[in-house]
Ligand binder design. Structure first.
Ligand SMILES: [Zn+2]
Length: 431
């Protein structure tokens, strides 16, 4: 039986693609936006009053780790998808570093099946660039794309061998898949646990130099230029990397980039007294890097804000700083952080935040949506810009709890999330 059409009445609709920021009604029919207008009346429709809220095209986090198959004690596709919709994300793209690695169509199809069963966010698998993420032989891009992969990446590890990276980029062109690269030079990272600099020296931790990232960024941009392929740089964290992306874009090289909320908001000093909730790759950087990243999201150098949601078990993150794994959760903290620290603070307008959280990542991955025009999927994130909430890891849907933002009180929150014309998360139902 077809579901009854819905009218979301009276939200402030922010659609950067349509250039719209005004109070409108949205009519949702059979999973799609059917109409955007003022005073829509359709007898028989279900009317939901959303006056006072912002309606944005559903947010898309193009960089998450859902750990299934194989590491379900950290996160499952279902727990990750629940965290996604609670955080305002209607879609995510999940990285391939599961166990087994997602380097085969059967693993890609399995993840999609698990997501379908969960029935929450849309989960788009990213397949491994190389077989087993070993950095040696590239995987079967064509078969992986056919099974539903939206990109390839060995994220968690860089593709170290430039000849392999060149071949991956060439092959990706044939299949029109972006190559997402975790830009790191492992020889420069060495035993490093946090960003090299004055603070690491002060607390006596081995440092990861900024060059570990930007040398890889510059190499990969050169390979993208040579091959004409689409390169997406994951979690940009240094000023010099951002400058390299800006120059590459100006030169017409097909490069895109994402930045995480933690790199936009925190610096290496957040490591504080050896807090493993501030241990991630790339590591938190210097204030000058953070400022350069803020410029990059404002001027279009960065195309997306992505969380790099990387859940680990609490016991793992309780180890000493040097031994604890890299990675923090991000799905349930990103939107309030962006709304207060980037939008309310005047760094970017709301429409630009929506572009970075919704439109940009979908364009990179070739996904529909990212706007609220008639015909687009009825994937909608509803926000209350005035409501204040406190980040409480105990209430996360994610199995991961490690965040440097615990206890922070933020203004601006997710009220409800709709996927395909259906409400899949409501804050009021979850209090
Ligand atoms: Zn990474």
């Amino acid at each position: 039986m077809a579901e009854r059409p819905v009218i979301l009445r009276g939200a402030r609709v922010v659609d950067p693609v349509a250039g719209l920021d005004a109070v409108r009604d949205l009519r949702l029919v059979e999973g799609r936006i059917a109409a955007v207008g003022e005073g829509i009346r359709e007898p028989g429709d279900r009317v939901v009053d959303v006056a006072g809220l912002v309606a944005a095209p559903g947010f898309c986090d193009m960089h998450v780790h859902f750990r299934e198959p194989g590491l379900e004690y950290k996160e499952t596709v279902a727990s990750g998808a629940a965290a996604a919709v609670a955080g305002g994300f209607t879609a995510v793209a999940c990285m391939a570093n599961t166990d087994p690695v997602n380097d085969s169509p059967s693993v890609t199809a399995h993840i999609r099946q698990l997501a379908k069963q969960a029935g929450l966010a849309r989960v788009h698998p990213i397949a491994a660039t190389t077989q087993g993420m070993k950095g040696e032989r590239i995987s079967e891009f064509g078969a992986l794309k056919e099974a539903g992969a939206v990109a390839v990446s060995d994220d968690g590890l860089p593709v170290g061998d430039p000849a392999v990276m060149r071949r991956a980029l060439e092959y990706s062109r044939l299949h029109d898949l972006p190559v997402i690269e975790h830009c790191e030079t492992l020889e420069l990272t060495g035993e490093g646990a946090m960003r090299e600099g004055a603070y690491a020296a002060q607390i006596g931790l081995p440092g990861i130099p900024a060059a570990s990232e930007f040398i890889a960024v510059e190499r990969n941009i050169a390979l993208a230029e040579i091959t004409g392929a689409r390169l997406h740089i994951a979690h940009l964290s240094t000023a010099r990397s951002a400058a390299a992306v800006r120059r590459a874009k100006a030169a017409g090289i097909r490069v895109t980039a994402e930045v995480t909320p933690h790199h936009l908001i925190l610096t290496d000093e957040a490591v504080g007294d050896y807090d493993t909730a501030a241990k991630m790759k790339p590591p938190l950087a210097a204030e000058a890097d953070r400022e350069a990243l803020l410029t990059a999201i404002a001027d279009g150098t960065a195309d997306a804000i992505a969380t790099d949601h990387a859940p680990h078990h609490e016991d793992e993150k309780k180890l000493c700083f040097q031994s604890a794994p890299f990675g923090i959760v991000g799905l349930e903290t990103a939107v309030p952080l962006v709304l207060e620290r980037l939008v309310a603070s005047g760094i970017i307008p709301l429409a630009q935040a929506v572009r970075l959280l919704s439109t940009g990542p979908r364009r990179i991955l070739g996904l529909p949506g990212g706007d609220l025009r008639p015909g687009s999927p009825a994937d909608i994130t509803l926000l209350d810009l005035e409501a204040t909430s406190t980040i409480n890891p105990a209430s996360f849907r994610s199995r991961g709890r490690s965040t440097p933002f615990a206890g922070l009180s933020l203004r601006g929150q997710v009220v409800a999330t709709w996927v395909g014309g259906r409400e899949v998360y409501s804050q009021s139902a979850n209090r």
